[in-house]
Design a protein around this ligand. Structure first.
Ligand code: HEM
Length: 496
């Protein structure tokens, strides 16, 4: 796209800064060793940005007035785009920061995205990749060693195997460099830190090689030369998106590396679940529920949409709430300096703990999901029942074109879910269940994320593993999640 075709709001932070007096940016707060483009593209906009806390929703949706368009923290653009600002036409885009109205009819891009990780695919196509990962992580050789460092030793292989079917030597050094740098930036977060600056510039330096590699991996899947291609996300994005405008090839490449943001949260969750199960410092209620769930039959159908282990994992997500909130770009009412770098956060934990949604929100009680409304229950009749004239989001289905019989559809509040071979795979669709966000913009990787934690717990139970908090003088620091760096101070052993 040429400069004169760009609407003014697509200018990069760097372009914007041209012509501004040097003291317009708080550069004095930054070390003089920081590269000028990094200062202008990431660090200074970050210092000008604010985050405002929004309301706790009553319904499981976020109104469209709070847009998802460009709704990511301003300091991350340079990790994703060459010009430090979104350039979707030339470099691709993720559904993650796209407004509803730009996603194609009825959230088409999102439906294509979710088609790659419905529960049937997780069970038949990705299951072995996940169990292999936990076999390695929780193998006897790692007992007694700090767990999270090991986790990240195997993480790249799992990540790329799921996306494009690559493991081991098939993953080039630059790609591993990008992943490590990206995670470091996410974890340490503040662009004012030298560790972030170094990792940021390293991620930028390796990104082109990563994209070229990814493009070649996508080509293999298109050409049919990738073994077991139908065990990768890209396969389903290609089949269901048909390389149309709502999932172009550059978008597939972009989603493949943007997903580092999403999957980084798995490590945080694993650490937190292990900590809750730790006998000395953990949560006795969680331990009791875990035993009860596994002894009683984790997968038995006992009424309701979610079997016992699923309910247990959902309650872990609600109470741990690894993701703080859903970030939106407010529609501008009046704009002052820094306003366009700022956002509104709809809080997750506070919503999950809101007494208007649950009688005892503070209790750890997986059985609360036996009767909670699901995306299948929330239809037009339900919208009327609660006093609305019509569904906030009309029901609209996208037929699967990947050889399966089924569709991706949505609830009255916009939550996307799959129906495969006549079997619906609902999600819990109430505002009180907030860890994966709300409505049309709810997490697109929820199915596989819940299964990932379920597999972790199955392995722990089957192998009779227990966790031990380590008293280390200098535990390693492990960046695991946006804004989270953990001390690598938990391990596992066989037996109680
Ligand atoms: C512990 C793991 C995860 C948590 C807690 C989590 C949480 C969330 C939340 C809260 C949102 C809503 C954000 C918003 O509305 O602003 C979201 C969106 C999203 N997540 Fe996840 N996520 C996780 C893992 C994943 C994984 C593994 C994937 C991909 C396979 C994924 C893909 C996405 C995408 C694409 C969106 C954007 C959806 C949209 O805007 O329509 N997430 N996630």
């Amino acid at each position: 796209m040429t400069e004169n075709k760009k609407p003014p709001h697509t200018k990069s932070a760097i372009e914007r800064s041209e012509g501004l007096p040097p003291d317009a940016y708080p550069v004095g707060l930054l070390p003089s060793s920081f590269p000028p483009d990094y200062v202008r593209g990431a660090a200074a906009p970050f210092l000008l940005s604010s985050s405002f806390l929004g309301e706790r929703p009553t319904l499981p949706m976020i109104d469209l007035m709070l847009s998802k368009e460009k709704a990511i923290p301003v300091n991350l653009w340079g990790l994703l785009y060459d010009g430090w600002w979104p350039n979707p036409d030339e470099e691709g885009i993720s559904v993650f920061f796209q407004g509803f109205e730009r996603r194609g009819a009825d959230n088409e891009r999102k439906k294509i995205y979710v088609s790659a990780n419905t529960p049937d695919l997780v069970a038949t196509k990705y299951h072995a990749k996940i169990t292999d990962f936990f076999d390695k992580l929780l193998g006897a050789a790692n007992a007694g060693k700090p767990m999270m460092g090991r986790y990240f030793e195997y993480y790249d292989d799992l990540y790329w195997d799921l996306h494009v079917g690559a493991t081991g030597d098939e993953i080039p050094t630059e790609v591993r460099q990008f992943s490590a740098s990206f995670n470091t930036v996410l974890g340490y977060w503040f662009p004012t830190l030298e560790i972030v600056r170094d990792a940021y510039m390293s991620a930028r330096a390796s990104r082109q090689a990563l994209k070229e590699w990814l493009d070649e991996r996508v080509q293999r899947i298109i050409d049919g030369t990738q073994p077991d291609a139908d065990r990768t996300f890209v396969y389903y994005w290609l089949k269901n998106g048909r390389l149309g405008e709502n999932f172009r090839r550059i978008d597939i490449v972009f989603e493949c590396f943007h997903n580092f943001l999403a999957l980084s949260q798995w490590g945080n969750m694993i650490y937190n679940v292990a900590s809750k199960l730790e006998p000395k410092y953990g949560d006795p209620k969680v331990r009791t529920w875990f035993e009860k769930t596994m002894k009683g039959g984790p997968d038995k159908a006992d009424g309701g949409a979610f079997p016992p282990l699923e309910r247990f994992v959902m309650e872990l997500f609600r109470t741990i709430s690894p993701n703080d909130g859903s970030l939106s770009s407010p529609r501008r009412h009046r704009q002052l300096l820094g306003a366009e770098f700022s956002g509104v956060t709809t809080p997750h934990r506070a919503t999950s703990m809101d007494p208007q949604h649950w009688i005892h929100p503070e209790e750890f009680d997986p059985d609360r999901y036996k009767t909670a409304p699901t995306s299948v229950d929330n239809d037009e009749a339900r919208a009327k029942e609660i006093g609305l004239a019509r569904c906030p989001f009309a029901k609209a289905s996208l037929e699967l074109k990947d050889g399966r019989t089924g569709e991706m559809t949505n609830s009255a509040f916009g939550a996307v879910y799959g129906v495969v071979d006549g079997e619906p795979h609902p999600v819990c669709d109430t505002a009180g269940y907030a860890p994966f966000g709300f409505g049309y913009r709810r997490c697109a990787g929820e199915y596989i994320t819940v299964e990932f934690i379920k597999e972790f717990l199955r392995k722990v139970w089957k192998e009779k593993l227990s966790f031990v908090k380590l008293d280390l003088e200098q535990p390693a620091e492990i960046p695991v999640n946006p804004g989270t760096v953990l001390h690598d101070n938990i391990t596992f052993k066989r037996g109680k």
